[in-house]
Write a protein that binds this ligand. Structure first.
Ligand code: GLT
Ligand code: MN
Ligand code: MN
Length: 404
């Protein structure tokens, strides 16, 4: 069954490959292990996951090196596994748009990977990353994610945190040069997280990453991969972080899921918590507000980095996967209706002032002089209500499906 040939149900919210929905092999493949309990689901073969995700209407799968090729596999075993996986992708019309390296599971990474104090660990991390980049490119990946889950501390005196930053820069510069040297068309996307599994993880938020990128030797090759759960764990607005990345041309990839504030990294089904945040995120990614100043929409894959509840069996996993995709499409339809609503448009229409705005746009002695001379009645401006209660309620009504 080739994906392109799969018959669509006709339900407008059922996913199709054109929606560009992707899942990590580790997401639907999550066996439901947690720090307090054993796995509740059996391991699924990567080729089987590809087949099932294609059935569900997904566009592709992403992977860590060891999601596919077990740690320490021989070259012959690697060839056999990769060959079988490529055949499954081909059979089911699925692609691998993103790949990454597992730099956190093996005990060698207990002190981090690129930032670890032992040069042998840093060397191992670079070697493993180069091999994993080769694998990703072989499978067709265009984006390569770096999530520094173990790059952090509990005992902060173990290294100067500035050294951790500098070592991470060295590693990123090293790997960018490797990619250039190989002639690969690959971009890096850095994923932030504030804590877990480490007490504190370096580069805690997307904002930290955005600045770090400006210090790299090839900043044009590197962007970010913000995750809903991680920004929310930090108590931040995912929408604002993503917007800053988009405005800087740095949203290279995205990890969609859901999260309650103040919890462990829950990686819940997309949209299952904070529906308002999810709505605003989809609205931003899809560009339904239609602001002429910005590129219309985010064009990359819509990747769900989430997993089914531990209460589920395999059927629950596919229900979870369909749920992520359906909720995204439902929110997209709601966002389109919201931004078309004349009452909404009236409330968010920008105020213009042809005389004043040119004076604000750029400093010059002349502009500043004219600006200072321009009378502004602060009390009169302050008195006027902005109508945001009405606007937000209209958003709620669209979101709850009683309007539009
Ligand atoms: C891990 C983590 C995710 C990262 C993945 C990429 S692995 O599941 O929780 O947020 O995106 O390494
Ligand atoms: Mn993630
Ligand atoms: Mn997460």
């Amino acid at each position: 069954m080739k994906n392109g040939k799969k018959k669509h149900s006709g339900d407008p919210f059922d996913p199709a490959p054109a929606d560009k929905f992707t899942f990590g092999l580790w997401t639907v493949g999550n066996p439901g292990r947690d720090p307090f309990g054993e796995p509740v689901r059996a391991r699924m073969e990567p080729s089987y996951i590809v087949q099932q995700l294609a059935e569900c209407g997904a566009y592709g799968v992403n992977l860590h090196d060891n999601d596919l090729v077990p740690f320490g596999a021989s070259a012959a075993e690697r060839e056999r596994i990769v060959g079988g996986f490529k055949a499954a992708l081909e059979d089911h019309g699925m692609v691998v748009p993103m790949a990454t390296t597992n730099l956190f599971s093996h005990p060698i990474f207990k002190d981090g990977a690129f930032s670890a104090n032992d040069p042998k660990v840093r060397a191992f991390a670079l070697k493993k990353s180069m091999d994993a980049i080769d694998l990703g490119v072989e499978l067709g990946a265009e984006t390569y994610v770096f999530w520094g889950g173990r790059e952090g501390t509990e005992a902060d005196a173990c290294r100067d945190p500035r050294t951790a930053v500098a070592r991470t820069r060295e590693a990123m510069d090293y790997l960018c040069e490797y990619v250039r040297d190989q002639g690969y068309a690959l971009r890096f996307a850095l994923e932030a997280k504030p804590n877990e599994p480490r007490g504190d993880i370096y580069f805690a938020t997307t904002g930290h990453m955005l600045h770090f990128i400006t210090t790299l030797a090839h900043p044009e090759m590197v962007g970010v991969n913000p995750e809903v759960a991680h920004e929310t764990m930090a108590g931040l607005s995912m929408v604002h972080g993503v917007a800053q990345a988009m405005e800087a041309g740095k949203l290279f990839h995205i990890d969609l899921n859901a999260q309650k504030i103040g919890r462990y990294d829950q990686d819940l089904r997309f949209g299952s918590e904070d529906q308002k945040g999810a709505f605003l995120l989809v609205r931003l990614l899809e560009g339904t507000a239609g602001d002429a100043r910005y590129p219309a929409r985010y064009e990359g894959p819509r990747h769900f980095d989430a997993h089914a509840y531990r209460s589920e069996d395999e059927q629950g996993v596919w229900d979870f996967a369909r749920g992520c995709m359906r909720t995204y499409k439902i929110l997209k339809a709601r966002a389109v209706a919201f931004d078309r609503d004349p009452e909404v448009r009236g409330l968010i229409a920008e105020r213009t002032d042809r005389e004043l705005e040119p004076l604000l746009a750029r400093y010059s002695k002349k502009n500043a002089k004219a600006l200072r001379a321009h009378p502004i009645d602060a009390d009169a401006v302050a008195k006027k209500g902005l109508g945001y209660e009405k606007l937000d309620q209209l958003m709620m009504e669209h979101l709850l499906g009683v309007r539009g």
